[in-house]
Design a protein around this ligand. Sequence first.
Ligand SMILES: C[S@@+](CC[C@H](N)C(=O)[O-])C[C@H]1O[C@@H](n2cnc3c(N)ncnc32)[C@H](O)[C@@H]1O
Length: 304
Amino acid sequence: MRDGQASFTSRMVMFFRALAAHDPTIGIFNDSLAEQLLNARGQRIVRRPRTYRFMARLFRRRPRLKGAFASLLLRARFAEDELARAMETEGVRQYVILGAGWDTFAWRRPELMARLRVFELDYPATQAAKCDRLTERGFTTPANLVFVPIDFTTQSLSTRLQESGFDPALPTFVNWMGVTYYLPLPVVEGVFRELRALCAGGVAVAFDYMDAQVRELIARQPKTLLRRLRRRIGLRIWRRIGEPFHTLLDASQLPDWLRTLGYELRKNLTRETKRDYLSPEEMGSYVPDGWMNIALAHSLPREA
Ligand SMILES: C[S@@+](CC[C@H](N)C(=O)[O-])C[C@H]1O[C@@H](n2cnc3c(N)ncnc32)[C@H](O)[C@@H]1O
C-alpha cells in the first residue's frame, strides 16, 4: 500500500460486485448494496445498459477475463457460505474480515449478523474512505460491528484485536480474501501464527492466494512482441496503482506450509476445481477460472 493512500483494488472489487448485481444471469454472488457505496461516476456507469453490452463483447473476446471476474465473485460467495456452515456446525459466533475493503456483509446479511460479533480490519486510509461513504449514504454502524484500522506490515494483529474487544475464547471465522498476495510472505505467515496463538476457541481462515504455477506458465509462453508490450503496460499500471504483488504460494505445498503454521487445509479450490464448488445452474455461463486459488484452513489444537 502507498503511505496514507486508500486501496484502489478494493474500489475495483466493489465496482465489479455492483456490475454483477445488475446482471440477472449471474447467480454466483449478489452484493445488492455495492452500488450504493460507489461514487456518482461509478453509479452512472453501472446503471447504463451499454456498460453491459460492452462487458458482453469484452468477455466474448477475452473469456479468461470472464473467468477471473467469476472467480472474484466466487471468493466472496465461498467466504460467506463457509461462514454460515461454520456457524451451524462449529458454533462460530465471531467473524473477522481482514482487509475488508468495501465489504457490505454487516448490512447485507442481517440474518447472520444477528448471531455474530463482527470485526472489520483494514488499512487506515481504506477504512476511513469507506466509513465516510457509509455515513454520507446513510448507513449506520450495527452495535455488534467494530472497525479496526491496522497496517498488517507494521502492527500486531492480535494486539489490535484485543484492544478492540475481540473475545479469544469464542470460535472464530476469518475472511481474508483478496489480500495475501499484496503482503510479503513473512507478514502472511505472521498473521496466520498470530491468529492461532490468539484464538483459544479455534479459528478457521478462508483466504485466497495467487498460485505460483502462474510463473511457469508465463515463462513457457512464447515471448511475442504483443505479449511483452501487454506485460510492460500491465506492470506499469500496477506500479501506478501502488499495490504490487509480493507473495505467490505453491498449491501442491499448501498443506505442508499450513501445517508448519499450525493449520490443517480443509478446502483448496484451484483453477481446475473451482468450477465444482457451485451447481451448473448457479454458475451459468460464468465459470470461475484464473490463478487466484481459494482455500479454507482450520487451526490445529494447541498443546496443553
Ligand atoms: C483487493 S482488496 C480486497 C477487499 C476484500 N477483502 C475483497 O475480498 O474483495 C485488498 C484489501 O487489502 C487491504 N490491505 C492491503 N495491504 C494492507 C496492509 N498492509 N494492511 C492492512 N490492509 C491492507 C486494502 O486496504 C484492501 O482493502
